[in-house]
Design a protein around this ligand. Sequence first.
Ligand SMILES: *Cc1c(COP(=O)(O)O)cnc(C)c1O
Length: 405
Amino acid sequence: MSATELSTRPAIPGMAANVPPIYLDNQASTRVDPRVVEAMLPYFTEHFGNPPSTSHAYGRIAAAAIDEARAAVAALIHADPREIVFTSGATEANNLAIKGAAHFARTYAQGGRVRDHIVTLTTEHKCVLESCAQLERDGFAVTYLPVEPNGLVALDRLEAALTSRTLLVSVMAAHNEIGVVQPLAEIGAMCRARGVLFHTDAAQAAGKIPLDVEAIQADLMSISGHKVYGPKGVGVLYVRRRPRARLLPLIDGGGQERGLRSGTLPTPLCVGLGCAATIAAAEMTEEARRLRQLRDRLYQGLARRVPGLSLNGDAQHRLPGNLNLSFPGIEAPALIEACPSIAISTGSACTSARIEPSYVLRALGLSEAISNSAIRIGIGRFNTAAEIDFAVDALAAAAARLGDK
Ligand SMILES: *Cc1c(COP(=O)(O)O)cnc(C)c1O
C-alpha cells in the first residue's frame, strides 16, 4: 500500500482529516508498540555484536539482551527460559514442533514402539495443516478432526481419535479467523494421561489471554512477534523440559538454541519480542477488559442496524478483540471495498486474496453464502471508542446501501 493510499480516510467528527484508514485487522498483524521500537533500536546500532561472541563486550551485551528477552517470553507463559527457542515466527515454530517431533519419534523409536500418528483440526492455520500434509507424504498418519458449529473441538471426539500410535495433538489456542479459544487444559490433561505430546499454536492467544504451560500441560507452544505488538520475523517455540519434548531440528548449523535452531539470533527482534511480552504480561488484564468493551460496543451497534447480522464462532470462548460477522446477502469483498476508511479483511491474510470461501467457516457448517458474507474484525491496543463508533457507522451504512441493490 502506498503512502497516498494511507491518507484517504474522510474526517471523523473531532478527528483530523486525511489520516490513514482505521486499522481493525489486528489478527493479521499488529503495530509495533512504540516502547518496543525504543527497546530494539540500540541493538541495530551500538549493540550489534553476535550473541555467542562473548570474548568481547559487543557479544556479551547482545548475549545479555537475548537472555533477558528469553526470560521475558518465558515469564509470559510461565515457562523456564531454557524452554524457549527463538524462531523466525509462528510458521517456523509450528513446522519445528510438528515435523521435529514426528521425525525425532521415527528416528529414535524405542523398543519398536512407533508413534507415527498426529491429530489436528480441520480449522488449524495453513502452516499447521501443510506441515501435517508434508508428514503424510513422508509416511506419517494424520487425523484432521472436524469442529463443532461454534468452532470448538468436541473433547469426546478428540479422545476417540487418540490411539496407541498417536504421537502428537496440535490444536490452536485462539483462532486467527474466528477468535475461538479451545479448551486447552482439558486437551492437555487428556494428552498427558496418554503420553501424547500436546502442541498449541498460540500466535493469537499469547499476550491476549492468560497462558500457563503448566496449567494447560502443553509440551510445545508457538508464539509470533508481530501478533503481540512486537516485530515481524521473530517468534518462539516453547519446548518442555520435564517431561522432555524431543525434536529433530529443521535447520542444521552452528547449534544455536540448544541445537534446535541454528543460525545467528536477530538480537533486535528478540529484544523486541521480549519487550512485547513484558508489556503484555503487565497490561493484559486491563487491555482485555477494554478490548472486550470495544468489541461488544461494535457488535451491539452493528446488530441494531444490520438485520440478520450473525456472529461466527463461539460467543463466550473467544479473544477479547475479535469478531467474525456475516452480513446476510452481502458479499464480504463488496462490503470491504465499500468501506475504504476502515482496514478489515475476510480472514486469513494468506488466503483472502483468493475468492474461495474460507475453509474455516465452511468447517463450522456454514453455507457458502454465509461464509462468503463474513468479515473479520480485529480490535487492538491502539483502537479507540471513537474509531469503533466510526466503524459501526461506516459498516452499517455500506451494508444498507449494498443490501438495497
Ligand atoms: C499469524 C499466525 C501464524 C503465522 O505466524 P508468523 O509469525 O507470521 O509466521 C500462525 N498461526 C496463527 C494462529 C497465526 O495467527
